[in-house]
Ligand binder design. Structure first.
Ligand code: T4K
Length: 363
């Protein structure tokens, strides 16, 4: 039996490079709470991402929770159910009501044409997801947000390094959140960041990730602990040196998949979005009318020690923890795609021969 192939594999610098990066900590004994590595990574990311306001977090989920909390949102938030648990949970854990908008069948992002119908006097924000690194319909979303005076927070967990007509993806909306989890194109082991347009948000975002402490004897906010530590930041500094090369390698893998799987009856791939510099974060395939269904393909691959994933099935609005609260029938396209999608293994060092083998099994 061949060695198992997982849906992804963390990118890592060489052992020596990481050790060199963390060596100084044995002199300084400074391990967390916004140390030198944290500051350095923050500044390097501002340059890389083409933005001016950024603050780092211990993971993407807490970054999103804190971003929502910093904007003092109320009532209802329109979002997508075709996402990881984090997006919906972050809304609910802030005491807000998620209102689910359907997705469009081409890139699986929120269907911006269906947003206006869902806006009520209680709506305070829209939280779309650049799912798989596919870019949401940012222009229409911005127009609607302006018209109804709504905040926009992009869950950009998958979209690190994506650009739209040369502009970094985090330049859209009021806030964008990136995840730097081990499974992402760029990782800090666990980690995340909030990028914000209005620099007056810097103080509250920095304070709420540190218990709401605002001075030696003052605590102005009911914050939590969501700080990125120095080992995470050091991993980020190393990985950032290699991320462009990693994206190039991912591109080669994706091109192989596309070559083998496009124009096959019943197999649907995402089309490239015009003007978008992709990061090749995920490779979703929709099996719709193919000779085998998604679950059968999933099992066939598993029999061969290949572990594709059903990202994102089930939809978040059908989770047990939300039983009886939402109606999945209101998001039929999302339901349709969730029942048919499979994300195939994809990481920078995945051998092209393995991609061929995966495609042979599918075909
Ligand atoms: N919003 C969206 C849209 C998201 O997708 C996510 C996270 C978030 C928000 C929240 O961001 P974070 O708080 O996570 O920063 C994984 C990731 O844990 C999660 O970060 C990610 N989305 C989600 C889509 O995928 P699982 O439960 O599928 O991961 P797991 O442990 O099964 O790992 C998948 C594969 O990755 C493994 O089979 C092998 C590989 N792997 C995994 C780990 C943990 C490695 O190579 N190295 C590792 O250290 O959720």
């Amino acid at each position: 039996m061949n060695k198992p192939i997982q849906v992804t594999r963390s990118s890592m610098p060489s052992f020596e490079e990481y050790i060199e990066e963390i060596k100084g900590m044995w002199d300084s004994h400074w391990l967390t709470n916004m140390g030198v590595k944290h500051k350095e990574l923050q500044s390097r990311l501002s340059d890389y991402l083409d933005i001016s306001n950024i603050t780092l977090f211990t993971n993407g989920h807490l970054a999103l929770e804190c971003a929502i909390s910093a904007l003092n949102l109320t009532g209802e938030v329109i979002t997508t159910p075709f996402t990881f648990a984090s997006t919906t949970h972050a809304i609910v854990r802030n005491g807000l009501e998620p209102v689910f908008c359907d997705i469009n069948p081409n890139d699986y992002t929120i269907d911006a044409d269906k947003l206006e119908d869902l806006i009520t006097e209680k709506t305070s924000a829209i939280i779309p997801v650049h799912v798989y690194g596919n870019v949401c319909n940012v222009n229409v979303i911005e127009k609607i947000a302006r018209k109804y005076n709504l905040k926009v927070i992009y869950d950009a967990a998958h979209a690190f390094g994506v650009k739209v007509n040369g502009l970094g993806i985090a330049n859209f909306g009021d806030i964008s959140m990136f995840s730097f989890h081990a499974t992402k194109v760029f990782n800090t082991i666990e980690g995340g960041a909030v990028i914000f347009k209005n620099s007056s948000l810097r103080k509250i975002l920095n304070d709420i990730k540190n218990f709401g402490i605002t001075g030696p004897e003052s605590v102005e906010y009911i914050g939590g602990n969501a700080k990125m530590n120095e080992f995470q930041a050091a991993m980020g500094i190393c990985n950032l040196r290699h991320v462009d090369k990693e994206i190039e390698k991912r591109k080669v893998i994706v091109e192989k998949y596309v070559e083998r799987l496009s124009n096959v009856y019943g197999i649907k791939l995402c089309k490239p979005q015009i003007g978008v510099r992709k990061n090749y974060a995920y490779f979703p395939v929709v099996f719709d009318g193919y000779k085998l269904n998604r679950d059968e393909i999933f099992e066939k691959l598993k029999e061969n020690n290949i572990f594709a994933r059903k990202y994102f099935y089930p939809l978040t609005n059908s989770y047990e923890c939300y039983k009886g609260r939402f109606d999945v029938k209101k998001t039929p396209v999302a339901e349709y795609i969730a029942n048919r999608v499979l994300t195939l293994p994809l990481y920078a060092d995945l051998p092209v021969d393995d991609v061929d083998r995966i495609c042979d099994i599918i075909l």
